[in-house]
Design a protein around this ligand. Structure first.
Ligand code: TMP
Ligand code: MG
Ligand code: ZN
Length: 209
């Protein structure tokens, strides 16, 4: 079968931190590799938690990846890099600029299978960056859940803690880190300050207009 003569598709793996998104991405890429398909793996430069040219999961699995930043030149380069590949895996899709959406659409048109993993919500519980758009255009969405560290129920949120306290609503959205400043929490145990609640209510009002 000539995969390159058909349109491709987009798979999104989303969820909170510690839900196994990167592990699931790596699992899918590994399966494609077993089938002798060519793979391009991409990560965002912001994520410098471990080695800069690897994507790594919380359980220590890793895979070498091209490091891309927000510069348009870099984003466009993905098309070139993907020329002879069947599958493109992108980790931390929430960090990428809007311009990557056009690139993803072009890749799909060219017959590529694009698999992207990322956070659906930021620490405030608000959809993260381009996530709403990529979820809307995706062919397939997998929403993973972590386990709440407080009560053991399914965790929907990522709680950011600063010196053991819930982060402030207007803190910077991007703060790279792992269990030293983030926890998976269910809706009940997730803590959000009053300002945030006010903001969310306002948003809902606007949507209903
Ligand atoms: P992970 O989903 O692979 O665990 O990684 C998520 C990364 O995103 C991690 O470096 C922490 C970062 N992050 C933010 O920058 N802002 C946020 O609001 C949240 C929840 C995570
Ligand atoms: Mg991850
Ligand atoms: Zn809980």
């Amino acid at each position: 079968m000539d995969i390159l003569n058909k349109k491709g598709h987009l798979e999104i793996i989303c969820g909170s931190m510690f839900s196994g998104k990167t592990e699931e991405l790596l699992r899918r890429l590994k399966r494609a590799e077993y089938a002798k398909q060519n793979i391009l793996t991409i990560k965002h430069q912001i994520d410098d938690r471990r080695k800069s040219t690897y994507i790594t999961s919380h359980n220590g699995q890793e895979r070498s990846a091209c490091n891309v930043n927000n510069e348009q030149e870099n984003i466009n380069k993905i098309l070139e890099l993907a020329q002879d590949v069947h599958v493109i895996g992108i980790d931390e899709i929430q960090f990428f600029p809007t311009s990557i959406i056009e690139i993803i659409c072009k890749l799909i048109e060219k017959g590529k299978r694009v698999i992207a993993a990322g956070l659906d919500l930021d620490f405030r519980g608000v959809p993260f960056g381009i996530i709403p758009t990529v979820l809307a255009i995706a062919d397939e969405v997998t929403k993973l859940k972590a386990i709440c560290v407080i009560c053991g129920k399914d965790a929907h949120h990522t709680q950011r803690l600063v010196n053991g306290n819930p982060a402030k609503y207007d803190d910077p959205i991007i703060l790279v880190g792992a269990s030293e400043c983030y926890q998976a929490r269910c809706r009940n145990c997730f803590q959000i300050d009053k300002t945030a609640q006010f903001y969310l209510n306002k948003k809902t009002e606007n949507i209903n207009l």
